[in-house]
Design a protein around this ligand. Structure first.
Ligand code: HEC
Ligand code: HEC
Ligand code: HEC
Length: 94
């Protein structure tokens, strides 16, 4: 009885919470010629509850034609309004 109890506590200490693991996987990395961009989808999703703000009316998923033009419009456009990073090096790691 006592041993079983200790085992359960040990397991709880060793295993990371499931939710934080799922969030870690929600980083999208864009490799570009100007350095890679890491986009933390989970944080953005928490802050902006409306999927449609970025995905439009369609089912959220890959954004058709996503690339430099679309990305800069979408990302920098909102960052200008909501005080997010706007300088090249704040998004592009070199
Ligand atoms: C702040 C902008 C933003 C918000 C808000 C947002 N997304 Fe996304 N999402 C993106 C971007 C950018 C991509 C990458 C698109 C691409 O690579 O074509 C993406 C990709 C995805 C993908 C594809 C992931 C993959 O592995 O390629 C899914 C699924 C997704 N989003 C679901 C959602 C859902 C569901 C919501 C709302 C709960 C949401 N998104 C809210 C920006 C956003
Ligand atoms: C709907 C609004 C919105 C859109 C669209 C958006 N962001 Fe953001 N983003 C924010 C806000 C607001 C912050 C500031 C959050 C803070 O300081 O806590 C932020 C912060 C960031 C940060 C710094 C914090 C971090 O997570 O590392 C990066 C990098 C970033 N955004 C990248 C992007 C990229 C890349 C895109 C486009 C694919 C994008 N964002 C689209 C609202 C947006
Ligand atoms: C808010 C984040 C953000 C900022 C600020 C930003 N970018 Fe980007 N940039 C991106 C994203 C996201 C992509 C598109 C990634 C994709 O779809 O492949 C991109 C794509 C690019 C590309 C295309 C690279 C390729 O391989 O096709 C170039 C070049 C570029 N950016 C240069 C710049 C320059 C120069 C600045 C500053 C004037 C800047 N970016 C500012 C997020 C940002």
């Amino acid at each position: 009885m006592h041993t079983l109890f200790t085992l359960i506590i040990a397991a709880a200490l060793v295993l990371p919470p499931l939710s934080s693991h799922a969030r870690m996987q929600q980083q999208l990395v864009f490799e570009t010629s100007n350095g890679r961009v890491v986009f933390t989808h989970s944080d953005h999703q928490d802050a902006e509850k409306d999927c449609g703000a970025c995905h439009g009316a369609k089912e959220p998923g890959k954004i058709p034609g996503f690339g430099k033009e679309r990305a800069h419009q979408l990302c920098i456009g909102c960052h200008q309004k909501k005080d997010g990073p706007q300088k090249c090096h704040e998004c592009h790691e070199k």
